[in-house]
Design a binder for this molecule. Structure first.
Ligand code: SDX
Length: 429
């Protein structure tokens, strides 16, 4: 810990608080003793200036447009690795050796099936339920099936819960999709890779053989890598806060899924594609850019802007490249939605409003076009985001549970409501 201090002066009183430095990134002022010493709270709605925890997992530099998973740049992992290697890295902190990778892949592969009774949960939903509503319920229900991995103080059971989640999320997501289109569930296959198995469970039908397209499987795998973790975003913070009470890990992940669903967060990929469809043609882009700039118009460019990135989201660049690869492989030329997206990006990146507010395309801007081309309906996009982000959530949950200084999260408030007053009988009101 560095010996530099921050001094807080209020009126004629001053207090000192320790300043801590990480390995990279902004220093922090440790205000753990602030209330005890000053009788005051800090106030930071939206946590724009608040570090909620110490973590070794993911680092983002919003100004530089940098994203590192355990120190490795996202572009190198996306180009050179695969998703299960990224899962191992996020969970254990180092890239696996060949033997470690084979062991991890095998263990994940052998946990991909779900308890046969799980399929009964799906039939309780209307067929037209949003798949994210289904996933919140189904993942939460895992805690009902796996009592044996709810003792979070047991490292072995934490590891089993971790493996079960990484392995079963694609199976449960594919089942949610199949249920929504009235097709039979497809069991996972141990001879397929993680992403290929997922495409197979989503798109194969009993009536004919399904061959996994390796280019599309690689694109799917890369999309999972890009979405795997992202520091203390809203859904990860939700998982950490839920986990801080000692709750069941599957229940915590279900809470993360519920938070991710919001259009300001993981729901933006579905909202971005719907927005591009609403714009429809290149000649209407200007009209929508004007709407996004109009303070009186609630419309925002979905897939644009980010709380941390005040530069281009490094994932968006890779997502755009993957989008072109998928469209080329599928022979989709002059896709009108892609043309609208590229025109929108060109105009926005040169418009003073977006430049001044440092609003750039984020990962959700191109993911929708890519996922639709892969065959997914828009309401499945955030489900795919949840499949990928599950490993980030469980890695952050594991780090929190294993942190000896961890306590239950319990923020305070600035109270602006009525001060104490006496009850008035209804006859006197
Ligand atoms: C994800 O946190 C993460 O890491 C999330 C994520 C992850 O991997 O976990 O990266 C995934 O959630 C990406 C973001 C997906 N969301 C969207 O694309 C929805 C559209 N974007 C916005 O709603 C917004 O940019 C947020 C929510 C992403 C960020 O919001 P902030 O940081 O609270 O910023 P803000 O709302 O205070 O906006 C700052 C200014 C405002 O104008 P002023 O009030 O200062 O005049 O920029 C404007 C906003 O009106 N603005 C936009 C805009 N985003 C912000 N104006 C038009 N279009 C937009 N998209």
């Amino acid at each position: 810990m560095s010996d530099n201090k921050a001094t807080l002066t209020v009126g004629d009183k001053s207090w000192e608080f320790p300043v801590q430095s990480g390995s990279i990134g902004p220093d922090v002022i440790d205000i753990g003793a602030l209330y005890k010493e000053t009788g005051m709270f800090t106030y930071d709605p939206g946590f724009t200036s608040t570090a909620s925890c110490q973590s070794d997992i993911t680092y983002i530099d919003g100004d530089e447009g940098t994203l590192l998973y355990r120190g490795y740049p996202i572009d190198q992992l996306a180009e050179k690795g695969d998703f299960l290697e990224t899962c191992y890295l996020l969970l254990y902190g180092h890239l696996p050796t060949k033997a470690e990778k084979l062991d991890f892949d095998t263990r994940v592969t052998r946990h991909t099936m779900v308890h046969e009774q799980m399929s009964k949960f799906y039939t309780g939903y209307r067929r037209d339920s949003h798949p994210m509503a289904v996933m919140v319920g189904i993942v939460g229900a895992l805690s009902a099936f796996y009592h044996d991995s709810t003792d979070i103080s047991d490292p072995h059971q934490r590891m089993v819960a971790t493996l079960r989640l990484v392995a079963k999320m694609p199976t449960m997501a594919a089942m949610a999709y199949k249920y929504s289109i009235g097709q039979p569930f497809v069991y996972p296959r141990n001879d397929l890779g993680y992403a290929g198995n997922f495409l197979h469970m989503c798109f194969s039908v009993p009536a004919e053989e399904y061959k996994v397209n390796p280019i599309l499987a690689r694109a799917m795998d890369r999309i999972f890598i890009l979405h795997a973790d992202h520091e203390q975003n809203a859904s990860t913070s939700t998982v950490r806060l839920a986990g801080s009470s000692g709750a069941n890990p599957f229940g915590c992940i279900a809470a993360g899924i519920a938070c991710l669903w919001g259009p300001a967060h993981g729901g933006a990929n579905e909202a971005a594609l719907n927005m591009l469809h609403e714009i429809g043609t290149v000649d209407r882009v200007e009209e929508y850019v004007a709407k996004a700039k109009d303070k009186d118009d609630p419309f925002r460019l979905m897939g644009f802007g980010h709380r941390v990135y005040k530069n281009y989201d490094p994932r968006a660049r890779i997502m755009q490249k993957t989008c072109h690869e998928v469209l080329n492989e599928l022979g989709i030329e002059n896709d009108p939605t892609l043309e609208v997206a590229m025109e929108l990006e060109k105009i926005a990146l040169n418009d003073q409003y977006f430049v001044e507010k440092k609003l750039y395309p984020n990962i959700d801007f191109y993911s929708g076009i890519t996922l639709r081309a892969l065959g997914f309906p828009a309401d499945m996009f955030t489900v795919l985001f949840a499949v990928a982000r599950s490993v980030g959530w469980i890695a952050q949950w594991k780090e929190m549970v294993e942190d000896p200084s961890q306590r239950i999260g319990r923020p305070r408030q600035l109270f602006t409501g009525a001060t104490q007053r006496d009850y008035v009988n209804i006859s006197e009101r």
